[in-house]
Ligand binder design. Structure first.
Ligand SMILES: [Zn+2]
Length: 190
């Protein structure tokens, strides 16, 4: 924790103070360019890879960059965040970004990894279609190659889940929203 606390002090003196006008400009409202949905993995930093500033990305993160399909009567943090992004903030772009060497996708492929983590296992059932696509269409692949394609297929499956959310479906039908599937690839062994 010491490093984090030192970081806060450094931010206050070296970043906030010389840019106080910029931060004051953000105080009253936000107008982010995109909803950026990605994995919680600490190695993937949206503002770093997009070179964006505070106020530019509205970020939704969880294990495996998963979007549970819309379930009437069963609100979720993901559903609320997506709806607010589109209807509250008027966001016109959703980026769904997976990444290579994703531990969540590894656990999808090897469910025994989550034997002691029943909530993780239950959460990753939202990526079951991704695993079945890989088993069905990429059975010739193994190891790293199979893991990589699972990451890619999962981005496509989660984009389909996004379409089940009424705010997304409506905005797409009106031509007011574009969805983008990305994979962050630096995390791959040499
Ligand atoms: Zn991940």
């Amino acid at each position: 924790m010491e490093k984090l606390i030192r970081g806060i002090h450094k931010f206050q003196s070296d970043v906030f103070a010389p840019n106080e006008l910029f931060f004051r400009g953000l105080a009253d409202s936000q107008a982010p360019q995109a909803l950026f949905i990605t994995c919680s993995d600490s190695r993937l930093v949206p503002d770093l890879i997009c070179q964006t500033q505070p106020g530019e990305l509205f970020v939704l993160r969880n294990a495996g960059n998963i979007v549970p399909p819309a379930m009437p009567g069963a609100p979720s943090g993901e559903a609320a965040t997506i709806e607010y992004a589109i209807r509250g903030l008027g966001i016109k772009h959703i980026v769904l970004c997976g990444h290579t060497r994703c531990g969540a996708m590894k656990a999808v492929a090897e469910p025994q990894c989550t034997a002691a983590m029943p909530r993780v296992r239950q959460w990753l059932e939202h990526a079951q279609a991704s695993a079945e696509i890989v088993c069905s269409c990429y059975s010739h692949l193994t190891g790293e190659a199979q893991w990589k394609v699972l990451v890619q297929e999962n981005v496509l499956v989660q984009l389909e889940h996004l379409r089940t959310h009424p705010a997304v479906a409506t905005a797409l039908a009106r031509g007011e929203l574009k969805m983008h599937g990305w994979v962050y690839k630096p995390l791959f062994p040499r």
